[in-house]
Design a protein around this ligand. Structure first.
Ligand code: ADP
Ligand code: GN1
Ligand code: MG
Length: 338
């Protein structure tokens, strides 16, 4: 790792250690004699066009900086490039944003309200960003019917013989298949506006200031692409408006929290108030539900396909994650009146 780090202009390396709870990239904390950095091995199985991805990130972060907001800062390689192609993969370096924390769950609804506002502000800041220069880093990312198609193929192939261990979950997902097109169909028909969105608005993709408890920066910009505002609302709820972690094994501890939902909604709408359409507001509950069930089916698909997409720590990790999502979705069915 030291050779890789030395290809970036970061000073004398003291240590390189694994860091964070992301499921996609491999993340390390780099300490040098002058500062700290985040080094990431970009997951090039997930992101096929690393060059396009890094061009997106440079463009988006420069744009956000020009609006006076705190964001990621790419630390260049010794030859001035935003990432390093290497025999073992693609690497990038960010300046470490100091004095911040990330949360895997939140109990303080005031903090969660501020997170909703931060993601709303992030999206607002990109309102006048030229979407035509963006590479679609993962095509059809929140196309729920397409995700459902992938899921059904995984069930039918059953390459690891795991389908028998999750029949109830498979049935739950199939039973609801007629609802999956609701948002994407309106986006395709133009009934919902296409915007530049973050698409991965989970709580641990916000850095919160250790002293003030307020959000400082929205990070993990790999999936900034054209999408629906509803994706950023719904995905924030899926992860944050839960009483337990995404991989809690004891489902009795996993509940959808209406209180946290309302708090996030208040913050998000405060930020998005001007531009948001009536139809988008009406679909907020539906987006929370669809993003949750979509994520559940993505975890289950990966479990059925030998865990090659999301990083896992044990054999059933993706199944455990899928179960929490489906539990949340079933509680949302009782709470919302869609
Ligand atoms: P992944 O795509 O795998 O989720 P992230 O880009 O979200 O990777 O990074 C993983 C974690 O690393 C984040 O949740 C956060 O805790 C930490 N992190 C990433 N970038 C920074 C940064 N610039 N400063 C401080 N912490 C960071
Ligand atoms: C991944 O990269 P990370 O860990 O923030 C995933 C999201 C999922 C999330 C589930 C590029 O997010 O779409 O909702 O895991 N990111 C990608 O926790 O697939
Ligand atoms: Mg992340």
């Amino acid at each position: 790792m030291k050779d890789i780090v030395n290809s970036f202009t970061v000073g004398k390396v003291i240590s390189v250690e694994p860091y964070g709870e992301g499921h996609i990239n491999r993340t390390y904390l780099v300490t040098t004699d002058t500062a700290r950095y985040i080094l990431q091995k970009i997951n090039d199985k997930v992101f096929g066009d690393v060059d396009g991805l890094m061009k997106n990130i440079v463009a988006v972060t420069e744009f956000i900086k020009n609006k006076g907001m705190e964001t990621l800062s790419v630390a260049p390689t010794n030859d001035g490039k935003p990432y390093l192609p290497h025999a073992t993969g693609f690497y990038r370096m960010y300046e470490f944003i100091e004095n911040t924390v990330t949360y895997q769950t939140v109990t303080d609804k005031n903090i969660f309200e501020l997170c909703g506002e931060a993601f709303g502000n992030f999206q607002n800041a990109l309102n006048d960003f030229d979407a035509t220069i963006l590479t679609e880093t993962i095509p059809c990312f929140h196309d729920t019917p397409k995700r459902y198609g992938d899921f059904i193929r995984a069930v039918n192939t059953d390459m690891c013989g795991r389908a028998k261990t999750c029949t109830a979950e498979i049935e739950f997902i199939i039973k609801r298949k007629d609802t999956y097109g609701k948002i994407i169909d309106m986006l395709k028909s133009g009934a919902l506006p296409l915007r530049v969105t973050h698409n991965d608005t989970k709580l641990n993709n916000i850095l919160i200031d250790k002293d003030s408890g307020k959000p400082r920066a929205v990070i993990d910009l790999d999936t900034v692409m054209p999408g629906s505002l509803l994706y950023d609302f719904g995905d924030g709820i899926r992860f944050g408006a839960s009483t337990a972690q995404e991989d809690e094994k004891d489902l009795d501890k996993v509940h959808f929290s209406p209180e946290l939902y309302e708090a996030y909604k208040t913050g998000f709408l405060r930020a998005a108030s001007g531009g948001i359409t009536k139809r988008e507001i009406e679909l907020l509950p539906c987006s929370a539900y669809l993003m949750t069930i979509e994520c559940g089916m993505r975890f289950l698909t990966d479990y059925l396909c030998d865990d090659t997409y999301f990083a896992t720590k044990y054999a059933e990790h993706n199944l455990v994650r899928a179960r929490t999502q489906l539990k949340l979705a079933s509680e949302m069915e009782n709470y919302f009146d869609f």
